[in-house]
Design a protein around this ligand. Structure first.
Ligand code: DC
Length: 230
């Protein structure tokens, strides 16, 4: 008999390694991986490019009607990449220009309803790993496995700095630190679905464990949950 599929949610602070873990789990289990943060980043990119005044809810609603987001699996890189109105924006949305504004945009009620509705549709057949900030609390409150990731600030800044420096050697550690702190602050203090640990989420602190150890632990949790499905 085919194994029952589950929904796995991974939430947590910026740059905790959520997407790395989510990708590994999805690959191992043959599940779909969805990077919900990429959706907020792509919406932000659209707003910036089109000079949308996102303080005006009417303008925001109009702009959202013009936005079509899609994830398409790239065979070569073996990851799903995000398309904004048929343009692959997987890489441009990682720029600091977008990162500086994304928390502001992600705090807008209309933007969240737009993204959450799409995320919930992607999970209707289960067999999905989704990472973000509100996936275990708002998007899939009944997910079978919820993981909340955390790591020391200094470790997170260092990791994100290395990632961004590889693409842009002009970037400074101060810029990265300020951006990370600002995003964590806005993400966890906003009115609509703030970042918080779901009561039934398991905490994974990866400050002092390797990627392999972290993956082994999360996979064990996932297999236990899959095994328990009737
Ligand atoms: O995971 P990330 O750093 O790519 O996310 C970008 C921003 O999007 C982050 O600062 C907060 C927001 N976000 C959110 O509010 N809810 C989610 N489910 C995912 C991301």
């Amino acid at each position: 008999m085919a194994k029952k599929k589950i929904i796995i949610t991974i939430d947590g602070w910026s740059s905790c390694g959520k997407s790395t873990l989510a990708r590994q789990l999805a690959k191992q289990l043959g599940y779909v991986y969805v990077d919900s943060g990429a959706m907020y980043r792509a919406i932000t990119l659209y707003f910036l490019r089109n000079h949308v005044d996102w303080t005006d809810p009417v303008k925001v609603r109009e702009a959202l009607q013009e936005i079509n987001l899609e994830f398409i699996f790239n065979e070569a890189s073996q990851v799903s990449e995000i398309y904004l109105n048929d343009e692959n924006v997987e890489y441009v949305i990682r720029d600091l220009v977008v990162a500086e504004k994304v928390s502001e945009v992600a705090a807008i009620r209309e933007v969240r309803s737009f993204a959450v509705a799409q995320q919930q549709r992607m999970g209707t057949r289960k067999g999905i790993v989704m990472d973000g900030r509100d996936i275990g609390t708002v998007v899939f409150p009944h997910a079978e496995l919820k993981i909340f990731m955390t790591a020391d600030n200094a470790v997170r800044v260092e990791r994100r700095f290395k990632e961004l420096y590889a693409k842009n050697p002009n970037i400074t550690i101060e810029e990265v630190k300020n951006n990370l702190e600002m995003r964590d602050y806005i993400d966890s203090n906003r009115e609509v679905s703030p970042l918080r640990k779901a009561d039934d989420a398991r905490v994974l602190d990866n400050t002092n464990i390797s990627r392999d150890e972290q993956f082994a632990l999360a996979l064990q949790w996932a297999e236990e949950m899959i095994h328990h499905q009737k």
